[in-house]
Design a protein around this ligand. Structure first.
Ligand code: SAH
Length: 268
């Protein structure tokens, strides 16, 4: 335990005004990846509307009297519709409360934060956005895989494996992705992993390209399985969501850079 209770927070962290909504990214899991703006939001919010992937230790940083409203899936029940969540945020803000909308990762990366922000604009509710460490970046770092590496790739592409309808996205140019994106980081891809593997190979991607499946990244349950584009469907049986799928030459660097597995257990 090395926490210094007398750390002075930076000056000028913003005041959370009543009637405002702050859309805040909680990071991928490890509470240490929360930003100071996020902690500042937790310290002031009256009500927190949070998603399934937000760690309870992060919620524990909130004011004890803050109301906590769960807005994710639970026990197989369908999650509240996006519209009902947006309406809830608007109603709470109109009551003059400080509303913290806490989302896993970054609110604007496959998090539907943009839709919520647009609903707030329509309703005339003032808001602030606090970015978070997205799973595709935090998960790569905790797996010891640089998202970019000189000579390996000059671009990195975030892709969702799941469209609004629940299928593999068809509005993507899979041929172009296969040819033009040296490193691909898929979110929400486990369900359709076989189809994704086939589409990329059909687009010309080598079957033996290195792949890492990174599940529950940055949490104590993190599990990384390395495989190839051809074997990733079979390998995915070893992991449970949430997981990201990293495809590309940078995955090989994990052999040398897997710092997390090298930590003494007490330091994790
Ligand atoms: N806004 C989030 C993404 C939400 S979509 C972000 O920026 O990270 C949900 C998907 O994110 C999951 O299906 C999974 O692909 C990914 N994800 C979120 N948390 C994760 C974690 N701890 N480990 C691995 N993948 C994660």
């Amino acid at each position: 335990m090395t926490w210094q209770a007398n750390i002075t927070p930076p000056r000028n962290l913003p005041e959370f005004l009543p009637g405002w909504v702050w859309l805040v990214g909680a990071g991928p899991g490890d509470p240490g990846l929360m930003t100071l703006h996020g902690v500042n939001a937790l310290a002031q919010a009256d009500v927190i509307v949070y998603d399934a992937l937000v760690d309870t230790q992060i919620l524990d940083m909130a004011r004890p009297e803050a109301e906590r409203i769960y807005a994710g899936k639970r026990g197989g029940k369908p999650s509240p519709t996006q519209r009902s969540i947006s309406e809830r945020l608007i109603d709470l803000a109109k009551e003059g409360r400080r509303v913290l909308r806490l989302k896993g990762g970054d609110p604007f990366v496959f998090g539907r934060g943009g839709e919520e922000a647009l609903a707030l604009v329509d309703a005339g509710i003032p808001f602030r956005v606090v970015p978070g460490v997205t799973a595709g970046i935090g998960g790569m770092a905790y797996a010891g895989i640089p998202a970019t590496h000189r000579e390996a790739n000059s671009a990195v592409t975030f892709v969702t494996g799941h469209s609004v309808t629940g299928d593999v996205p068809d509005n993507l140019d899979w041929q172009a992705l296969a040819k033009g994106a040296p490193v691909l980081i898929f979110y929400m891809a486990i369900k359709h992993i076989g189809e994704i593997s086939r589409r990329l190979r059909d687009g010309g991607r080598p079957a033996d390209e290195p792949v890492a499946l990174i599940a529950s990244a940055t949490t104590p349950d993190q599990k990384v399985v390395t495989c190839t584009l051809e074997t990733m469907e079979e390998a995915a049986k070893q992991v449970a969501p949430p997981a990201i799928v990293a495809i590309g030459p940078v995955v090989e660097l994990r052999k040398q850079l897997d710092w997390l597995s090298a930590l003494p257990t007490s330091a994790e």
